[in-house]
Design a protein around this ligand. Sequence first.
Ligand code: GDP
Ligand code: MG
Length: 601
Amino acid sequence: TAPELLRNFCIIAHIDHGKSTLADRMLQLTGVVDARAMRAQYLDRMDIERERGITIKSQAVRMPWAVPDETGSLQPYALNMIDTPGHVDFTYEVSRSLAACEGAVLLVDAAQGIEAQTLANLYLALENDLQVIPVLNKIDLPAAQPEKYADELARLVGGDPADVLKVSGKTGVGVEELLDRIVELVPAPVGDADAPARAMIFDSVYDTYRGVVTYVRVVDGNLNPRERIAMMSTKATHELLEIGVISPEPVPTKGLGVGEVGYLITGVKDVRQSKVGDTVTNSAKPAAEALGGYSDPKPMVFSGLYPIDGSDYPVLRDALDKLKLNDAALNYEPETSVALGFGFRVGFLGLLHLEIVRERLEREFDLDLISTAPNVVYDVVMEDRTEVHVTNPSEFPGGKIREVREPIVKATILAPAEFIGAIMELCQTKRGDLQGMDYLSEDRVEMRYTLPLAEIVFDFFDQLKSRTRGYASLDYEPTGEQVADLVKVDILLQGEQVDAFSAIAHKDKAYAYGVMMTAKLKDLIPRQQFEVPIQAAIGSRVIARETIRAIRKDVLAKCYGGDISRKRKLLEKQKEGKKRMKTIGRVDVPQEAFIAALSSD
Ligand code: GDP
Ligand code: MG
């Protein structure tokens, strides 16, 4: 298709404002998916997305849409639509999609109005120089207030409230007009058709049967089947076995030209050969310069991932390699733990990202995993000015420390004005610093805070929701570091440190952590032949202590002489149980105890 007849756009919105549903209607109206094959959230292809009703991965689909020109003859346009995730943890996924587009449909729920991620996504679109089309969705809802929110939206994006389109992704009202508007307003892609080929890899997935499937947006020149391509960062060359577009399943084509979005398959099985952000060129006629690429996202939260069955370690390693291909934000390196054995220290963008990765590993690779308590990254400056970067609390240095720095975020909270007090109170307890406040309308405020990331990643959002009866929305982005009064709390069993339980806490919260963890372990660790003290300590200072009393464990006592085979069975069972014990010092701890202590909050 000639670039003049192409339109590349994405749908951006706050979570639940109806992106995926609108995408469904577009697929149907353009005839890409017929009524029989239609199912809700068609593009959410992963089971986990469908179950949770959220989009995690962006998806690109090509749709035909004919619009008459001035003379009245129909012009066959091809629209490439990219559906994007809404949650903050996946902003990185959104920004890559935006880079492949010229326009963005900014969708706002007509019963909710503008929310925190509406703003965040709008700013991302503007940074990428996209043509923004403001649209109100869900106008079929009785609670919809299209006039009120059209004003709000027009004030935000600029323009006339009368130009804000009003649609319903559910009933389909207004969606044809929206498709026409996209053709009219979104600029056609521009690129040099005669230049050497340059295509940006914006995603890739591993397919068991076909190997690596790479998603690209062609910027200059064209890519054709059977030619040799080269990856510009590694200079690796491959034969193009297949190239095509997704509509809505992969459809092979005779090639992809300027502005086109599609996929390519080289038969490569090594996942590292196809790196998101890399530029694909023609190996016989290579481009001189690679495209801009994406900066790798910085992991914000770290956790240890361990296979429950130690022999699964190689499976876990291979699974992480494969997942990384599809999730550039994933970072990991091997680590070992006294309590948990061999595993990986993994960096995530946030807790939802952690949860999703863990669930995908367990489902797609049939693994049973334990993840350790998540933590943020700390920079520790020693008295002699050397710096230590701590991603695992158990590696927090001893010795003379000058200062500890923790990551902070700039948070934006949007809520009805009546909740200002409740929000301020919450942010206070989370060590927040109010930076500013604006009224978006008489009854809606935007509050801006600086908060430690460690305080916001865990239960902040839940607490915010419950204190505002669900009306507040939150967005945040990293904005650097601050010096804080942080200490490392160790948990000791019989004087022996248990690495998986070390935590870094603010001085005022260290005591509470120590008390909570020692009490929990006391309940979980079975009695031994001797007394076992459990302590929480900061350096050499003990801040909490519990004791497991000694017991002479005699499993046969219960049997009152009874029959001998029963006794043998019991003894065997006990031996079996022993195998899965970890020994910390002299103390035998069943692995379940560690798992239980780490998994609940
Ligand atoms: P996303 O998170 O932005 O992708 O939102 P979804 O498309 O998953 O929709 C979130 C919820 O809103 C779902 O329960 C949809 O059924 C519902 N929804 C989406 N669009 C409409 C609409 O136009 N009208 C009504 N009444 N509900 C809608
Ligand atoms: Mg969605």
